[in-house]
Design a binder for this molecule. Sequence first.
Ligand code: DGJ
Length: 715
Amino acid sequence: MIYQTSMAQKQILIETRNNSLVLSSDTDGSLISRYFGKKIAYATEYGVIPTLDKYTPGSDDLYNKREAYVASGSINLLEPALSVTHADGNKSTVLIFQSFKETVIDDNRKLTAIVLKDPKYNFEVTLNYLAYFDEDVIEQWAEILHQENGDIVLNKYASANLTLSGKKFYLKNQYSSAMREMRSEEQQLLHGLRTLDSKLGTRTNLLHSSSFMISIDCPSAEDTGDIIAGSLEWTGNFKLDFETFDDYYLRIAAGINNFSSNYTLKSGENFVTPRFVYTYSSYGTGLASRNLQNWARKYQLREGTSDRSTLLNNWETTYFDFNDEKLKNLIQDTKNLGVDVFLLDDGWFGNKYPRNGPDAGLGDWQFNKQKLKNGISAIGKEATTSGVKFGIWLEPEMVNPKSELYEKHPDWIIRQPKRKEYYMRNQLVLDLTNRDVQDYIFNVVDETFVQVADLAFIKWDCNSLIYNANSPTLKNQDHFYIEYVRGLNSILERIRKKYPKVPMMLCAGGGSRVDYAALKYFTEFWPSDNTNPFDRIFIQWEYSYYFPSIAVDNHVTDMGIQPIKFKTDIAMMGKLGYDVKVHELSKSDLLFSQNAVKTYNDFKDIVWHGQQYRLQDPYQNDVASISYVSEAKDRAVVFNYFMATRNATKQALPITLKGLQGDKRYRITEINLYPGTKSPIDSSKIYSGDFLMNIGFNPEVSNRRTSVVIMVTAI
Ligand code: DGJ
C-alpha cells in the first residue's frame, strides 16, 4: 500500500496481522525506516511519523539517519549493511529510493521489492520484504546489481538492516560448544558495536547461534514486552551486528560474514543475499517463538506440516563396534520397542582403512566387508522384512587422511599445501566449491539409495570446521566461504529433487549446524550429543525460542542418572528416538518404554503441530513446565520436571496453563506412568479453561515424582 504523507514523501507499508513496518523516503531521497512494531488502527496516521522526528544534528554532531539499508563511504559512518568498491576504485555508495513493487503471492504472503539506486554509479540494491500475514513474520533479503564498467567488489553485503527505537535494548543470544549447546545469556546492549559471528566455515554454530532475540526497554519476559526474534538463513559464516546509537536507536545488520570474503561482482550479475527471517512480538518471547515456529512448519522446514518417524539409533550402544549379528538384534529391538526406524550410525564403511574409530575411513563409502558380510543392502532388507524401516548415517562432506579418497584426490580437499594440516576429529573438509566434488557427494548419497532399497532415513553429519581455508581449484579465494555453501546447497537441491520426501536429520557433531537455510532440506536436526536428560531440558528449552519441536530429535540414552521415565518424558518434547540397549532394559523399563511409544503416538501430533507454551523456566523454578496445545484447543499435553537440586520437595503452587479456550471444560489425566505407579491426580475433576489459565493446576511434581506428563482434554 502506498500513502502520500503531508511532506509528499512516499510511504511503504509492510503489514502482517499484528505488526507494521513503515518505510518512507526522506527529502534527500534516502529510504528511512520509520517504524517497526505493533500495528495501529488507522494506517494513514503513519504518515505523521516523519513530522515528529525532531532529530537535528548540530554542526559538531555525527550525521545519522534511520536508513533502511546503510551504505558506507559517504555520509554514513556507523556500521554499514553495505560496503562496495566500485569499478573505478571509489569506495563510496549512496542509495536513493527509486521505486517499489508489491506482489501478492497468495492470501497470506506479499512481497514488497524496493529499488534503491546510486545517483553516481550504475549500481542498485533491491530490498525484498516477504511478509507472512498470519505468522507475523518477515523474510528480508537484498539483491545487488550493477552495470559499471568492470567488476565491483562487495566488501560487506548484509541481508537486512533493521532500526529499532527504544530507550534500552537487551540481546538474548545462545552460545555453545560440543556437548554444551545453546547456553543462553542476555545483556543490555550498551553503546558501541556488539557482533555475534562465525568464521568456522562449516559447523558454524559451534560457538554461537545465528538466531537471537532483542527485547526493547526491559529484559525479555515470556509473555510481556516487545521482542524481535531473528535468524539468518545461511549454512555458513554469519555476522550479526548490533549497534546502539544516540539514546534511542538500535541498528541491526544481519548477513553473511564478510570475513575473508570480498566478493567480486561482474557487471550484469545479480548477488542475492540469504534471507533473514524475523518476527515482532508485543507479548514477549513466547509469542515470538510461536510466530517463528508456525512460519517454519508451514513455509520453511522440510515436510514441516507432515509426520515424522520414531527411531532406534545404535550410536551410543555400539559406537563403531558392530557386525551383522548385532545389527540383526538391533533390528529386532527396534521392532520390540515399537518405533518406526532403525538408524545405523557411523562405522559401516571403509575397507582398506576400516572405519573402526574416528581416525580412518571417512570418504570411502563402500560397506565394510568384515562387519557386514552380505553388504548394507542385506541389512536394509533384514529391516524391511522385519517390518522396520531402515536409515543410515553419512558424513559426505568430510575425509580422514587415512582413507583411499585422501590418497586418490588430494586436490579435492580444503587445505593450505604450504602449511601443516590441522584436524578436527581427525578429519578434513572436502572442497565443495569444486563441481567434481559436488558430483561425487551427490553420487555417494544417490548410490546409497540404490544399494539400500526403501532407504527411509538419512542422518547427515558434519564433524569438522574448516582450518586452513583454501580451495585447490577456486580462482578467487575470497569467494571460498560463499561458494562452499552454494556447493552444499546445490548438492542438497539435487538430492531433494530426486528424493523429496525421505526424512533427513541435520547433525554436526551435535548441534553445531542449525539454521533455517539447511532446514529447507532437512526434516529435523540433532540438537546435541549431550543426551543427559537434565541438561537436555535447558538445551531443548533454548532451541525452542526459534525452532519448532517437530524439528528437534531427542533420544532416550544411557546418559544421566535419572530414571527412564524422566528421560522419556523429556525426549517426548520433540521427535522421540532411542539409543539404548533394548535387550538389557529391565522388564518393567521395557514395558514402560513400549507403552511410552504408544502413548507418544497418541499425542505426538500435538507436540509436532500444536502451539508451544513455555510455562515455567528451568533456571529459576524448582519445576520446569512446558505445554503443547492442539490447534483446536481441545487437547494439551503438559510436561513438568523437577529441577531442584536442594531439598525443595515439591511444586507448591499451581502452574497456570496457557493457550486453552476459556469457556471450554477440560479433564486432566496423568499419562505415561511407570508400570505399577499410581497418579495422585484425580481425573474425574473438570476445570474450565479460564480456571486453568488463571488459577492453574498443580501436577504434583516432587523429588518423588520428578517428571509428570498431564493430558488436558476438552469434554
Ligand atoms: C557426531 C554425532 O553428533 C553423533 O550423534 C554420531 O553420529 C557421531 N558423530 C558419529 O561419528
